[in-house]
Design a binder for this molecule. Structure first.
Ligand code: AN7
Length: 401
């Protein structure tokens, strides 16, 4: 049993209402379960495969889910980078290993399933890229049409390729993501299309399973959970999920939720550092990490709670720091991620170098999307292949043998 409730005024709504914010006060909604009626045990969960659906008792879907086998992503121990930073317990949860190459698949398996459960006939989102790739694939699997709005010229190549190939109606607007989200919200509300941006509280339910899996894989609660922040949905979702595990007495403490943004796009960091009551939107966000090029994070209110109630923090990293960590992850750990994802580990590097965190902490960084999402940014950083005549002599000469 669950209902929608407003995080601000506490008003409650039936789970079948097609609303994205509180009709009374306009603030964000959340999915609230009667946790005392849930009788699942951790042993029962442990017997199921590691995946979003291991945790189905605290997910809102009651129909057979629209699934592409999402979740169950690897948790890697970052041995070399950890050693360099003096962090012996540094881990990366590689969400790029999901079906469409990002954590959005956890949200979309639940979100598109809910679209069908609620009887909706089409789905839509605005996106910096990954949300559109994921929605397009899950809409295809669910057999429901999808519309995606992208900021023209600012979406990484792999993500556009995915949205196009999976058959969504792909529309590029001549403005940024924040404007695309405003437009699609109005479109959905006026035309009865199901909105699957992270303002949709059901989508975030899927994403909370990142935290569940990390706890199960570590066998314990990490001291710190680090996420790149754009619209601030993911950090809010992980926090909400872990609070539920705490209410179920499956864990006895919460990790310090830590959000990392790009220096050119850091409204959440400014609110945390400035002790502001709310996030002030930034008009012209800019960063090489186009996934998190977002100036008006829609889930800011939830994210500030997550960070503040856990004694967490937020930090900004430059594009140079992001790209440098993308290379380190690739070359020292064998982990290929897109720039936004490298921001989480780059942020930890910065925080530890500033002396802001304890070196004994167990830290889980979420690396959110795969290297192949943004091949252009990769190619720009690397030397081109060495082209030679097809002879043994030419080969040996370039190898200096
Ligand atoms: C790789 O696809 O917003 O803070 O439209 O693609 O939950 O927004 C992507 C966000 C981090 C930030 N890492 O997550 C979109 C979109 C990657 C991302 C984020 C995104 P939120």
């Amino acid at each position: 049993m669950y209902r929608l409730s407003c995080i601000h005024c506490g008003a409650e709504y039936a789970p079948g209402e097609i609303i994205y914010t509180c009709p009374k006060c306009g603030h964000l909604l959340t999915v609230e379960y009667d946790l005392n009626t849930i009788s699942v045990t951790r042993d029962e969960w442990d017997r199921r495969p590691l995946s979003v659906w291991r945790y189905r008792e605290i997910l809102p879907v009651t129909i057979k889910p629209v699934s592409l086998q999402e979740g169950g992503t690897p948790l890697y121990h970052l041995e070399r980078i950890g050693e360099e930073l003096g962090l012996p317990h540094l881990y990366a949860k590689h969400e790029g290993m999901n079906p469409t190459g990002s954590f959005k698949d956890r949200g979309m398996t639940v979100g598109v399933s809910m679209a069908l459960q609620l009887g909706m006939k089409s789905v839509a989102c605005a996106s910096t890229g990954n949300t559109s790739a994921s929605l397009s694939a899950y809409a295809a699997k669910g057999g429901i049409p999808a519309v995606v709005l992208l900021p023209a010229g600012k979406v990484a190549l792999g993500k556009v390729a995915q949205a196009l190939m999976h058959g969504a109606k792909v529309i590029a607007i001549r403005d940024n993501f924040d404007r695309a989200l405003e437009l699609v919200r109005e479109l959905c509300i006026k035309h009865g299309i199901y909105l699957l941006n992270s303002v949709n509280p059901y989508r975030l339910e899927g994403q909370k399973t990142i935290g569940f899996e990390a706890v199960d894989q570590l066998g314990d609660v990490p001291d710190r959970f680090v996420l790149p922040v754009g619209n601030a949905g993911n950090i809010s979702a992980v926090y909400k999920g872990l609070r539920e595990l705490e209410s179920l007495d499956f864990i006895d403490r919460l990790p310090m939720m830590t959000g990392i943004q790009a220096a050119g796009s850091q409204p959440v960091v400014q609110a945390v550092e400035g002790h502001l009551p709310e996030v002030v939107p930034q008009a012209n966000p800019e960063t090489v990490a186009t996934a998190i090029r977002i100036g008006a994070p829609v889930n800011a209110e939830k994210a500030l709670t997550a960070i503040r109630e856990t004694g967490g923090t937020a930090a900004a990293v430059t594009d140079e720091e992001i790209l440098s960590m993308q290379r380190d992850l690739a070359q020292k750990e064998g982990i290929g991620v897109e720039p936004a994802s490298a921001a989480s580990v780059a942020g930890i590097k910065k925080l530890v170098e500033e002396g802001a965190i304890d070196r004994d902490e167990r830290i889980v960084c979420v690396v959110t999307g795969h290297l192949l999402k943004d091949p252009e940014t990769v190619i720009k950083q690397c030397q081109p292949p060495i082209e030679i005549e097809a002879t043994e002599q030419a080969l040996l000469s370039v190898l200096h043998l």
